[in-house]
Design a protein around this ligand. Structure first.
Ligand SMILES: Nc1ncnc2c1ncn2[C@@H]1O[C@H](COP(=O)(O)OP(=O)(O)OP(=O)(O)O)[C@@H](O)[C@H]1O
Ligand SMILES: [Mg+2]
Length: 853
């Protein structure tokens, strides 16, 4: 194998290629390996945990290098890309056997965080950003959908809303805008983590050029049909994105076949803090019953982007309702869907030129499933526009005839094309089979002729076919055998006859591989030509998958179809938290919600710790999301006026890594809510104002509640500031609720039931006890609390107006426990004057025993 050293042409070749891919880790193909050198090798060996070796010399010392086998490169590439690196794949672009001198090498594609088509069901996405004085333009695409979505907006906030809706892995921007772009992505509203930043030539972001690129790519005369005709910045961005993708992939990217205006008018905006605060991922996990990778992506997308349009919601509900009623058909659909591969990703790979035979197989299998899905859907009692599944008949028939469903997936053994499709391939295969039979026959003949019963004909890559004879039989070897290799216990020979057949077989083998590669190339061309139709079919199948998944969940006990209206009400009877219920089952206590948007629109919810406040207020938002994604909801009855945005301010996230204080995050999120809500929004606030001093916190919470009341936003406000219950008397639409608690035999029992009215009990110390805080600390806390409740101030107490710890310990207003009560009662009942010393000792012993229990 050639090595890079100062004087070798190969090292010069490496350095030339590397010079034009400075920002990438260069995978340099050498035989069966991709090798990395210099800095690339150092960085990659760390990330991939590979041994860093060195070889040759470039005149200044040995060259650091490391390498990975080409056939398992995907895993390594995935790791590097996840670590934020770009990987340039440099291949040998001519046959080493035919090359004169150094094999020509070229970078055939660059793989980046936003363009990597991996094996997981998730898609990766990339956004191009372009900021100028008046507008922010964005263009998105992902590795599965084949759609570029672009828009331009006048304000940072609108841009953030659009960005927040996609999980972006890579951000492309004009050279020189890095600082501005970093600022945008670091905004607390975006929780975009680990975005790879990619500066790109700024002139590619010029509007005229962008327009030109788009017209060329989509083969149209203008951009009117895409809704982008007037938006020159958006065009510039989309154009730059396509150029970038084209350059990283070095192919025309046929799978990108749609360009649309990206706006948020169709979907509910769920703020990024709400994704976390409402634990949407947990809801996906709990409710997703899809069977395909495409369905999984679509399910998540429906859940994160619920619909605003009531008609469209009802259309989905209708489809879900039909499927809910027919478990048999659902099962039939599931059975077919389980066989549908991830064609979207296969299409991306095929179009990027990285596709292989198994991607053809995936397309074939998906196309073959379509008629079966249609059949299963036809058996349903009613139909829906969402049940339409098309057919790409010509391509389906072609692939069915041509592609061998039993092809080996890991190694190319020349079995990709089905027999009967290509006459010459069939002929060569017969030849190959005959060759194999001939070999068996030859071995038998030679055994008979030489009388060596252990004589064997075998094959290896170095010698080809050979005859092996053990040492004991060497005497019987005929003279025409030519010795090739000596082993410990035998020798290997060849004969002219054997070599002649070998030639035939190997030639056939080679020819089969070449012919198959050509046929596969043709078939890929056919698939690419029908790309849009296959894409559409994939989306239809994914839709059916999501609907059957929602249908299965809707069929669970006590799930109902919510009535979604244009109003502002939120009526729920016996609603349940879909995730918590999944964990605790029938122990979950259902709760009602009565909001009419007028008299009752801001709920102040007080109640002890651990009583279920957070669970309840989240549950309301989750039910709204489910309803607007078209799902049924876990409740006895629900009527929901469609919302336009959902905001939450819940809990303290750990933002230390991002260098922000807890309170700062809390207030940034609150500011974002107040600046962007409308009268149709839904707001969930959990203990706002907790992160600062009591008075500051209370004052802020109060003012925020007033503001929300004025805006008429439907709001759930769980708080430990009992003072907020006073708002209900002053402001229209504010209502107090609390969580029912029973005290029973000295114990506090949480009923988890939300009831009208305020409360001032906290039971915080009780919860602390449940959590295992030492009794001594609890008693002390109780002492403080009692004093504060009696009107004392914390400062006075600390100045010494309170009994010392020891004084208050035993009979002070210590924590009442059954044992303490008993001890106290016994002591009080004792007549010390009438006790003998021995009796006194016995009594003491009894008391101690009681405490020990
Ligand atoms: N409706 C319910 N039925 C049964 N169990 C519930 C219900 N709601 C909540 N719980 C249980 O109570 C626990 C506490 O709930 P949650 O966190 O909502 O209380 P909280 O009132 O917000 O407490 P804190 O004031 O400490 O924040 C949950 O972990 C859950 O297991
Ligand atoms: Mg809580």
């Amino acid at each position: 194998m050639d090595k890079p050293s100062a004087s070798t042409p190969m090292l010069r070749q490496y350095q030339e290629i590397k010079a034009s891919h400075k920002d990438c880790i260069l995978f340099f193909r050498l035989g069966d390996f991709y090798e990395m050198f210099y800095e690339d090798a150092r960085a990659a060996s760390q990330i991939l945990e590979l041994v860093l070796t060195s070889r040759g010399s470039d005149g200044q010392g040995r060259i650091p290098m490391c390498g990975v086998p080409y056939h398992s490169a995907d895993n390594y590439i995935a790791k590097l890309v996840r670590a934020g690196k770009k990987v340039a794949i440099c291949e040998q672009v001519e046959d080493p056997a035919l090359a004169k001198g150094l094999v020509r090498r070229e970078v055939i594609r660059v793989i980046t965080a936003g363009t990597f088509v991996d094996e997981s069901s998730e898609a990766r996405s990339i956004v191009a950003l372009r900021l100028d004085k008046k507008t922010i333009a964005l263009a998105f695409t992902d590795t599965a959908s084949g759609t570029v979505r672009a828009n331009q907006v006048p304000s940072l906030h609108q841009a953030l809303e659009l960005l927040a809706k996609t999980q972006v892995h890579e951000c492309l921007f004009p050279d020189g805008q890095e600082e501005e772009v970093r600022k945008v992505l670091a905004h607390p509203m975006l929780r975009l983590r680990e975005v790879t930043l990619t500066p790109f030539r700024d002139w590619s972001f010029a509007p005229d050029r962008g327009r030109q690129v788009l017209l060329e790519h989509f083969g149209t005369l203008n951009l009117r049909g895409f809704g982008l005709d007037e938006l020159s910045s958006a065009q510039a961005c989309a154009g730059a994105l396509i150029e970038y993708l084209r350059e990283t992939n070095k192919t025309p990217l046929k799978h990108i076949d749609r360009l649309t205006l990206y706006d948020d008018t169709d979907h509910v905006f769920i703020s990024p803090p709400a994704h976390y605060g409402l634990e949407l991922e947990a809801m996906v996990k709990a409710l997703d019953r899809t069977r395909t990778a495409m369905g999984r992506r679509m399910f998540r997308s429906w859940l994160y982007h619920p619909l605003k349009d009531v008609e469209r919601i009802r259309e989905r509900q209708k489809a879900v309702g039909i499927l809910r009623e027919d478990a048999v058909c659902r099962q039939a659909l599931e059975d077919v869907l389980a066989l549908v591969p991830d064609v979207e990703k296969s299409l991306s790979r095929l179009s990027c030129g990285t596709g292989a035979a198994r991607d053809l197989l995936a397309v074939r299998n998906a196309l073959l499933c379509a008629p079966r899905l249609r059949e299963a859907l036809a058996r349903l009692s009613a139909s829906s526009v969402l049940f339409s599944v098309g057919d790409v008949a010509a391509l389906r028939e072609l692939l069915e005839r041509a592609v061998n469903p039993e092809m080996p997936l890991t190694k190319n053994e020349g079995k990709v094309i089905r027999s009967g499709y290509h006459a010459e391939i069939d002929e060569l295969r017969t030849l190959r089979a005959q060759g194999t039979a001939w070999l068996a026959d030859y071995q038998a003949r030679e055994v008979r002729r030489t009388g060596i019963s252990s004589l064997k004909v075998s094959f290896n890559r170095v010698f080809g076919y050979y005859i092996e004879v053990t040492n004991a039989n060497l005497k019987a070897v005929p003279p025409e055998y030519q010795r090739k290799q000596t082993l410990v216990n035998g020798e290997r020979f060849i004969t002219p006859e054997l070599k002649e057949y070998e030639q035939k077989i190997l030639t056939a083998e080679d020819r089969i591989l070449r012919l198959e590669a050509a046929v596969v190339g043709e078939l890929i061309g056919k698939v690419l030509a029908d790309m849009s139709q296959v894409h559409a079919l994939a989306r239809e199948m994914a839709t059916v998958d999501v609907l059957q998944s929602l249908g299965a969940v809707a069929a669970l006990p006590q799930w109902v179809r919510p009535e979604v209206t244009e109003g502002t009400e939120l009526f729920i009877d016996a609603g349940r938290h879909p995730v918590v219920e999944g964990v605790i089952g029938s122990d979950f206590i259902p709760n009602d919600t009565r909001m009419d948007g007028e008299e009752n629109r801001l709920m102040v919810l007080t109640g002890p710790n651990m009583s279920g406040k957070s669970t309840y207020i989240r549950q309301n938002a989750l039910l709204v999301i489910l309803a607007q994604m078209g799902s049924f909801v876990p409740a006895a009855l629900a009527r929901i006026g469609a919302v336009d945005k959902i905001f939450t301010r819940i809990g303290a996230h750990d933002e230390i890594l991002k260098g922000q204080s807890t309170f700062m995050v809390e207030m940034t999120e609150a500011a974002d809510i107040l600046n962007n809500l409308t009268s149709r929004s839904l707001v969930v606030l959990d203990e706002v104002g907790r992160g600062t001093s009591t008075y500051d916190g209370l004052s802020l919470a109060w003012a925020i509640a007033e503001f929300l009341q004025e805006k008429k936003t439907r709001t759930f406000f769980a708080t430990h500031f009992h003072e907020l219950t006073l708002l209900a008397d002053r402001l229209k639409g504010v209502k107090n609720y609390n969580v029912l608690v029973r005290e029973w035999e000295g114990k506090v029992v949480f009923m988890h039931k939300i009831v009208p009215g305020g409360t001032d009990d906290s039971y915080g110390i009780h919860v602390a006890q449940l959590a295992g805080i030492p009794a001594k600390v609890l008693r002390r806390a109780q002492a403080f609390l009692s004093d504060l409740e009696a009107g004392g101030s914390l400062k006075d107490r600390l100045k010494g107006a309170i009994p010392s710890q020891e004084e208050s310990d035993l009979f002070g207003r210590g924590l009442a426990t059954p044992v303490a009560d008993e001890v106290r009662a016994t002591l009080e009942a004792l007549d010390v004057n009438n006790l003998t010393p021995l009796q006194a000792l016995q009594k003491l012993e009894e008391l101690k025993a009681g405490l020990r229990q």
